[in-house]
Design a protein around this ligand. Structure first.
Ligand code: DX5
Ligand code: ZN
Length: 214
């Protein structure tokens, strides 16, 4: 089963409660929440207060993508705020194993994230410990960027790594995902598709989500 996780980064910041309710009604599986700190990536978006604010507005899992340095400092805040999934970048986490386990011990799903230029073997020591691997298909920091086709090779490598070990680990993709690139990601082995502008920029969110799901 393919899941679609629209990113609220592309939504109206003055109406976030409404945005998540509309996405739930439109058939979204998860709500993707892009947290940026102005250090790991240039922009600053929002912190755990956004999760706290939208938590009462939807029953869908809230999927927090931490684009921050030292993500271990943030875990407790996001757990308390009501997140269901937290993913951390391998490039940003100095204590990757410890951070993943603190997410799991809190009862949440844990994900590890790779930038398009990061070697996939860096996740081998922890792949059995996570619920999903997020392969970025753009360089993180901004919505609305063009899909980077070479990231498809990384998805295939991660798929082999998971299948060889027979692990129940999902592959999430994020960046430039639309109805066309989604098919390529699914064929390469992805199971959870994040989409910002392709959903929130559409007239009909439901139709956009269904097209991405394929
Ligand atoms: C990029 C973010 C993405 C972004 C995706 O740094 O992690 O989640 O919101 O936006 P689109 O789908 O527009 O590329
Ligand atoms: Zn994201």
């Amino acid at each position: 089963m393919i899941k679609v996780a629209p990113s609220i980064l592309a939504g109206d910041f003055s109406e976030m409660g409404k945005v998540v309710r509309q996405l739930e009604e439109a058939g979204a599986d998860w709500i993707h929440i892009d947290v940026m700190d102005g250090q790991f990536v240039p922009p600053i978006t929002f912190g755990h207060q956004m999760v706290e604010a939208v938590r009462p507005k939807t029953d869908l899992p809230l999927d927090v993508h931490l684009m921050v340095n030292d993500p271990e400092k943030q875990i407790e805040f996001f757990v308390q705020a009501g997140a269901d999934c937290i993913s951390v970048h391998v490039e940003a986490a100095n204590h990757l194993h410890k951070t993943i386990h603190s997410i799991k011990e809190a009862g949440l799903k844990a994900g590890i994230v790779l930038n398009p230029g990061t070697a996939t073997h860096t996740i081998e020591p922890v792949i059995a410990d996570v619920d999903f691997v997020l392969q970025m298909t753009v360089n993180p920091g901004f919505g609305g960027q063009a899909f980077i086709p070479s990231a498809l090779e990384n998805i295939k490598r991660i798929r082999s790594m998971i299948d060889e070990r027979q692990l129940p680990v999902d592959i999430q993709v994020d960046g430039g995902v639309n109805s066309k690139t989604a098919i390529q990601c699914i064929q390469a082995g992805a199971t959870i598709l994040v989409a910002g502008s392709a959903v929130l920029g559409a007239q009909d969110y439901g139709e956009a989500i269904a097209q991405i799901r394929g």
